[in-house]
Design a protein around this ligand. Structure first.
Ligand SMILES: [Zn+2]
Length: 319
């Protein structure tokens, strides 16, 4: 007699030591094609935590897709000796195909949590995840990049009051850790508020671009996190450089429109009054308008957009 129960995730059943794929149907496109969420499940023989690695919530944020894909390719999740890994390399397939952050209805999945089964397409996808996947999960990492030409220095963000996430962020050991308040109706804020599920948000690089450094940081962080959770037994490479800790941030915006060039970028400490970039009028012979840092801090993100409008976010400074 075997009294070991399978773990039932969506349409899949997983006994200890079993791996496989599951599919959650979340809605339908005008063409009749189904909107579904594909997840890979890796269950070890021994019990332990269930960790979710989720990427592509924003369809144009590719570094996370590559991080999770690379972990699958390198068979990292197949090596776990306790617990379960659920890997969703690409949640928003439709945004991915259209080079877009959003789903085809123009809405943002990461502003639609927990979602409903009768809401917008974004809300239905959020609901599919909230109902079928998240109830199994003890810890989640949600992989993002900067949006619309913004480069983010590789970092982990977590909810300020979430102590479990703070410990997990340290275990991930990224170059920068940022405790902040996630946006309303985001996965991180909603699931912590409703279910105290710790979620780490990884940010690294820019939308639609590979950033080799951010991808390496993400893969190494996953290994360290799984080791810390006692799921992997082989000690991963440590990050001996202590993380830069940031608790506050502000955007420096364009005071005027024009052609923008940065002279300092993500990954640099800056002093108040230090020149960090300039904006030029494309038709004028007048000198460029220099941008000075309004405070001491660390640049955690910057735009690579050459053409900027008044008010556009140019630098994200943390301290
Ligand atoms: Zn994102």
């Amino acid at each position: 007699m075997n009294d070991i129960q399978p773990m039932t995730i969506a349409n899949g059943e997983f006994y200890p030591g079993q791996s496989g794929s599951v599919e959650v149907v979340a809605g339908q496109l005008p063409s009749g094609n189904q909107v579904s969420i594909s997840a890979r499940v890796f269950r070890a023989y021994q019990p332990g935590p269930v960790v979710l690695f989720l990427a592509g919530v924003h369809g144009d944020e590719i570094n996370g897709v590559e991080i999770v894909r690379r972990c699958i390719e390198q068979k990292i999740f197949e090596k776990i000796e306790t617990g379960t890994v659920i890997a969703i390399p690409l949640l928003n397939v439709y945004g991915f195909n259209n080079f877009s952050r959003d789903v085809p209805d123009g809405k943002d999945v990461n502003r639609s949590f927990p979602g409903t089964s009768t809401g917008s397409l974004a809300s239905r996808i959020a609901n599919g995840l909230s109902r079928n996947i998240l109830p199994h999960v003890d810890l989640a990492v949600d992989f993002h990049t900067g949006g619309r030409g913004t480069y983010n220095f590789p970092q982990i963000r977590y909810n300020t009051e979430d102590e479990k996430a703070a410990i997990a962020a340290k275990a991930f050991a990224p170059p920068l850790i940022f405790a902040n308040r996630a946006p309303a109706k985001s996965l991180r804020r909603t699931t912590y508020k409703n279910h105290q599920l710790p979620v780490l948000t990884f940010e690294g690089g820019e939308n639609l671009r590979y950033d080799a450094h951010s991808i390496d940081v993400g893969v190494a962080g996953i290994k360290r996190l799984l080791f810390d959770q006692k799921m992997l037994t082989q000690r991963p490479e440590e990050n001996n450089k202590p993380a830069i800790i940031v608790n506050h941030s502000a955007w420096i915006r364009a005071g005027r429109a024009g052609l923008f060039q940065w002279t300092k970028k993500s990954g640099f400490f800056v002093r108040k009054g230090e020149p960090i970039g300039f904006i030029a009028d494309p038709k004028s012979r007048k000198a460029n308008k220099r941008l000075l840092s309004p405070r001491d801090g660390f640049i955690i993100g910057h735009t690579n957009s050459a053409v900027v409008s008044q008010g556009d976010a140019l630098f994200h400074i943390g301290w």
